[in-house]
Design a protein around this ligand. Structure first.
Ligand SMILES: [Zn+2]
Length: 221
């Protein structure tokens, strides 16, 4: 489909998605410049939607827009990794604690179904696994989601996705069921309707991810 076939909003959305994907999967490297003219010819759209896409990605912390200079891909690093996962742990520990108390049997069954899908099989890409991971966490937190949590997640999740992509594409996953094993304590807290188990499981979940990702960070960041 040519860019002219779509409404202006969807051109922006398409450019945002394309750039987000390239930043998350590392094809646009941390710290690399994002010249508008180059992106515009690469995505075959005019400068205006590229500018708008970069602003949206700035609000997701994937891009920095220094005054008077070209946009750059936000850097990643040890401290940033630890920070973003610690903040997610704090927010989601309380949200999951509330969710497991409020969850109906249907909510728990929906989380179970998403958890069943968290399998690594031949041909499953890192992008697929990220989508499955998000679907599981969404299902689990849904009973306690609020507009503020959605806003905070929209800021925190794209950066988490960048770090998890490093892990999921590294080929270091020990077994086909490791993702299920890694997520099961979260689900178990929902099955048991235990807020204290939920808090503990969330803290362990993100601390484990920080430990697994840290050795995979590029040496120069
Ligand atoms: Zn997860």
């Amino acid at each position: 489909m040519s860019a002219l076939d779509t409404e202006p909003l969807s051109i922006v959305e398409m450019a945002t998605r394309e750039l987000r994907r390239a930043i998350v999967d590392g094809s646009l490297q941390p710290g690399s410049p994002l010249p508008i003219a180059e992106l515009s010819s690469r995505l075959a759209v005019s400068h205006i939607p590229i500018r708008e896409a970069l602003k949206r990605l700035e609000s997701e912390a994937l891009v920095q827009l220094p005054r008077g200079r070209a946009a750059v891909v936000t850097a990643i690093g040890d401290q940033d990794l630890a920070d973003v996962l610690r903040i997610r742990a704090v927010l989601e520990a309380e949200t999951l604690a509330a969710a497991v108390e409020r969850a109906s049997a249907v909510d728990v069954a929906a989380a179970e179904a998403r958890w069943e899908e968290l399998r690594v099989s031949a041909g499953t890409t890192a992008d697929d696994l990220l989508a499955l991971d998000r679907a599981f966490h969404d299902a689990l937190l849904r009973p306690a989601m609020t507009p503020w949590m959605s806003r905070l997640q929209a800021t925190l999740w794209p950066t988490t996705d960048r770090y998890l992509h490093l892990l999921l594409r590294s080929g270091t996953q020990p077994s086909a069921t490791w993702l299920q094993d890694h997520h099961e304590p979260l689900l178990q807290a929902a099955r048991d309707r235990s807020p204290s188990a939920a808090r503990e499981a969330v803290r362990t979940h993100f601390a484990t991810e920080a430990q697994l990702v840290a050795p995979l960070l590029p040496a120069d960041c």
